[in-house]
Design a protein around this ligand. Structure first.
Ligand SMILES: [Zn+2]
Length: 203
């Protein structure tokens, strides 16, 4: 039986880089893979963009109403038809933006289709609350693995503080993609509490 793996970390912990490396490792050995990501991530459009500058297009996008299981089956059949080889692994980037139902589908794909699923995502939002996809994956994944990154103080960073025009903010929507005005800094618990004035989850 194949397994569902959830590899989570704070922002800038190299999740996309690790995903692209895993895809490369499979393909180097002659195995086919499928890459997917939720549509809410607009950072790279169809592409998976690693911080090191490597870009690769995903095979399919999961909109919030997409049936992830059916979409996987469709693209698996298409890849078998084109290449003559089966899919050895499904890799999902930005998995925090999946719906809980889509996270459930990843488990079904692993167990019922016997294809390993590697999901990569951020555990919590800028208020330290789990994203819907991450919460479900933490509940059901066979294997949890933390990808680590370092806070400015040298400790392990676990939270993602939001900056708007360079200042930390602790109010706002769960999703604000980093861009011109919005940025994020990965912080340890101690530095996060210092910046938030002791608040967690807007309390
Ligand atoms: Zn720190």
């Amino acid at each position: 039986m194949a397994k569902l793996y959830f590899r989570y970390g704070a922002m800038n912990s190299g999740k996309s880089t690790a995903l692209l490396q895993a895809a490369h490792n499979y393909e180097e050995r002659g195995h086919g893979v499928l890459l997917a990501k939720p549509s809410i991530d607009t950072k790279g459009d169809l592409g998976i963009l690693s911080r090191l500058g490597v870009v690769r297009e995903v095979d399919f996008i999961l909109a919030p109403d997409t049936d992830a299981y059916a979409e996987f089956q469709r693209h698996r059949a298409a890849q078998v038809a084109v290449t003559g080889r089966d899919v050895s692994c499904l890799l999902v980037d930005e998995a925090q933006f999946l719906t809980a139902e889509q996270a459930d589908d990843l488990l079904r794909i692993a167990i019922l289709e016997n294809v390993p699923v590697l999901a990569y995502g951020i555990r919590t939002d800028f208020l330290t609350v789990a994203f819907p996809g991450s919460r479900r994956l933490l509940e059901i994944a066979h294997s949890l693995e933390e990808l680590k990154t370092i806070c400015r103080c040298g400790r392990k960073a676990v939270f993602n503080a939001r900056l708007v025009d360079g200042a930390f903010v602790f109010d706002g929507d769960q999703v604000a993609i980093d861009g011109v005005h919005v940025g994020y800094e990965s912080l340890c618990g101690s530095c996060y509490l210092q910046e938030s004035g002791g608040r967690l989850a807007n309390r």
